[in-house]
Ligand binder design. Structure first.
Ligand code: GSH
Length: 209
């Protein structure tokens, strides 16, 4: 059976939602960052980089949300990725941007020490990261204009990935409610039973009382 390693509220929520939406049977294993479980010798055997998510398959682990989500769709739920090669490339392109730009912008806010050794510049890195992250959320809001789901009419694994950033924006106090398309789409996401199950399991900020 598939086993997903995740940390509640982390970017691994993207893969968690993709799996839950796919209907595939899987075991979820939550790791605690507070206890540094992602750096435990056992977990480093699964992902030597000490990051989540990791999806363990019969053929070994797969890491990186983009790869995990494409794998989930190709093996368990083809309806969750476009079939047309150009549309599929655009879906992967969007996930690559999430992973390479949007996520690292947020990392500057929480972990500036990853980007500079001089503590004197940490506040500057945090402020720049916050600005860049907010700009990315606005870009996602624009991408959602006139669309039901992030790729258009069909829900896909990319939607779960986009939800992570809305929650992170809320967590750091950005005015996410001002992003009208993103907020209306977030409400459509929360109306999906599989998405809700994952957010409740992870006690995500988007469903917290
Ligand atoms: N590009 C990777 C990012 C993985 C990543 O950085 N995960 C973070 C959580 S959002 C993590 O595991 N952090 C633990 C740590 O930095 O110690 C992906 O999309 O899977």
């Amino acid at each position: 059976m598939l086993k997903l390693y995740y940390a509640p509220g982390a970017c691994s929520t993207a893969s968690h939602i993709g799996l839950e939406e796919s209907g595939a049977r899987f075991e979820g294993q939550a790791l605690s960052f507070a206890k540094s479980e992602q750096k435990s010798p056992e977990y480093l055997k699964v992902n030597p980089r000490g990051r989540v998510p990791a999806l363990v398959t019969d053929e070994g682990p797969i890491v990186e949300n983009t790869a995990i989500l494409d794998y989930i769709a190709s093996v368990h739920a083809p309806q969750l990725m476009p079939k047309d090669p150009v549309q599929r490339a655009r879906a992967i392109s969007l996930m690559a941007w999430f992973s390479n730009n949007v996520h690292p912008a947020f990392t500057h806010v929480g972990r500036p020490e990853r980007f500079a050794t001089d503590p004197a510049v940490f506040d500057h890195l945090k402020a720049t990261g916050r600005e860049n992250f907010h700009a990315a959320l606005k870009e996602i809001d624009g991408l959602l204009a006139g669309k039901q789901w992030i790729l258009g009419d069909a829900f896909s694994v990319v939607d779960g990935y986009a939800l992570v950033f809305y929650g992170w924006g809320k967590r750091i106090g950005l005015p996410v409610e001002e992003l009208k398309n993103y907020t209306a789409w977030k409400d459509r996401m929360l109306a999906r039973p599989a998405v809700r199950r994952v957010l409740e399991r992870e006690q995500n900020v988007l469903v917290a009382a």
